[in-house]
Design a protein around this ligand. Structure first.
Ligand code: GTB
Length: 215
């Protein structure tokens, strides 16, 4: 069985690891599974053949030979259930870890994505300057709640889980804006995630493709 994921031919972030293939690469590195990557142009993403893999025309898709998944939450849950290392063995521990996966994409990520919309898509609108502080305030509120829960713990539960992997990658998206640095507890949490050897390997693999060519 061969695992293949799809990724941008060249990520717009120039190798910061923010595109979502990085979280899937990271999960596969954590569980020690090799994978191939199919690189996809923006044009190809929207073609019917690609939409058969990912109905919304986005990366990443995940293939195990003919079996196809999309949505990083689902892909990473599948990896975590199939291979040891990302979910606790006990039922309650697993359920808690999965809860954090849902929290990352259902509760923490939406205001973070809204910031990208506010800054990139809506910037020219007359009301944009009024809306931006509201968007940032909603992010700070969520981050304060998360930081209060994390406290001085290393990870959200007893050990690193798929919930931390997802949450760290969701929070990383805020690094370029400077908003994450305002929450020291979470900035340190993200740094702990980034220090994991599996993350380092995943980051290096995407950087090798996405780094701007030297001039
Ligand atoms: N909910 C889906 C999932 O989790 O799998 C979302 C997938 C998704 O948003 N994919 C994006 C995509 O394919 C790439 S990751 N976009 C192309 C399109 O929709 O046409 C989002 C992303 C893109 C770029 C940066 N960046 O440059 O910083 C960061 C994150």
């Amino acid at each position: 069985m061969t695992i293949t994921i799809t990724a941008f031919e060249r990520s717009p972030d120039g190798g910061k690891g923010l595109a979502r293939d990085t979280r899937v690469r990271w999960a596969l590195e954590e569980v020690g599974q090799d994978y191939d990557v199919q690189f996809v142009s923006f044009a190809r993403l929207k073609e019917p053949a690609y939409r058969a893999l990912q109905p919304f025309g986005q990366i990443p898709a995940y293939l195990e030979d003919d079996f196809v998944l999309f949505e990083t939450g689902s892909i990473i849950l599948h990896i975590a259930e199939r291979y040891e290392g990302l979910l606790p063995r006990d039922a309650h521990g697993r359920a808690r870890a999965i809860t954090w996966m849902f929290a990352s994409i259902g509760t923490v990520e939406p205001p973070i994505l809204d910031l990208a919309t506010a800054r990139l898509v809506e910037a020219k609108e007359a009301w944009s300057a009024d809306r931006l502080p509201l968007v940032e305030a909603r992010i700070h509120a969520r981050l304060s709640e998360l930081a209060a829960y994390l406290g001085d713990k290393e990870w959200l539960e007893d050990d690193f889980t798929a919930g931390d992997l997802m949450m760290v990658h969701v929070l990383q998206r805020l690094k370029p804006s400077g908003l994450l640095a305002e929450h020291e507890t979470l900035a340190a949490y993200v740094a702990r995630g980034e220090a994991r050897p599996a993350y380092q390997r995943a980051f290096a693999a995407q950087l090798a493709i996405n780094a701007p060519a030297a001039t």
